[in-house]
Design a protein. Sequence first.
Length: 137
Amino acid sequence: MKKILVAFCMLPLALMAQKESLWKIEQKSKVIEWQTINDTASITLKTNTKGSLNVSYLAPEKVTKSNQSIILMDEGRQEISRIEVKDNQALINIHQLLIKSNKKSVFLYSISLPKDPLIKRRARIATVFIGKINWKK
């Protein structure tokens, strides 16, 4: 009986530990593996890579009351570009990103703004790290 009680009490903790950003990055319809989104999530793209990266949230039903954007920043946290997530997709042109970043690492962050104007005025808005893009020749 004690084991069942302990397991029942631990269940909420296990569910809270799973609340992480669930972003998927694809290139040419091929998912780029980022493992679990954390401080070390990174991918490396060749400087001659063409096409675009498709960024999407894996649980879009969780963000129905907000507007999502992807912010691309340099190493000094200066904003390079901001892309609005529409229909759960944000397309990032790889060649334009390479030019804007001057071949330096780019950090992807998400930001979620509430749709309700009353909540938007009171909410504390923060960026959530998605991953890092590195370039190689």
